[in-house]
Design a protein around this ligand. Sequence first.
Ligand SMILES: [Mn+2]
Length: 310
Amino acid sequence: MTLIQIIGHKNPDTDTTLSAIIMSDFLTKKWYITTPYIQWELNKETEYLLKTYDIVKPEIKTTLDTDIEVCLIDHNETSQSIDNLSECQVTWLIDHHKVEFKTSIPLYMRIEPLCSTASILYKMYSESGFKISKEIATMMLACMMSDSLLWKSPTTTEEDKNIATELQKISGIINLEAFAMPMFEAKSDLWDMPIKDVIQYDYKIFELSGKRCGIGSLETTNPWYAFGRKSEILSWLQELKAEQNLDFIMLSIVDILAENNTTIITDEDSKTLENIFWVQVENNESDLLNRISRKKQLAPLATEYFANLV
Ligand SMILES: [Mn+2]
């Protein structure tokens, strides 16, 4: 019997958390003994889903046991993973992000450009001939809706939509919008949260050609909340930049309903933002139009910009 620890990325979101749970179910069907973990407290969308669908919350861990095999889920970059990744034996990796991963041992690695990691897991169940329960189907759909923002993100593919149709049959979820809207509303309920946490609510650090870049993407049905606290956000962006030893930091406010992105940026990083996205910054704000996907629209342009600086 092989034991496997399954871990999602830092600042856990719905796809990383539920995909860890789904992967645990999948590997159990393959006779492994597995435990899903998350790296920090959940966001309110995921909390809402656990409560509504009676799902057990994974335990929090930021380092893993180096004697037990590891499965990375929904990420592959060191800066987004557990603190002792270099000492761990990663034998599985399932993801849908760009690849920045070096391995010292052979592994099962599957990366596909689908809207969610759960979409890939659906294919793995199908290929193995494993039955998907109603609970797992519901979780998979939640991951797909969360990562694709109800198909609005350009990461959505035809294959994802076909997978969702199959999952709707199993889960009995007829109306996807009615299923997804309470998720988005739960995620947007930030009134009691310190601004430092708001910035890092959905936040990733990238190592781009030797530069450390923090990119926050606050997906919300209520963008006015963030703009109402812009001056606080700006001073915390400055703080976080120093604290996390970053070269650049930006916070995109993604309006889920209007499908647009207005980015808040400090004076210090305004010029860089203008150069990355070919936009204007005014009053520490910039209209990034319909660029709502960090993995497909924000990170690639930033990657290209910093690569050209070298
Ligand atoms: Mn994901």
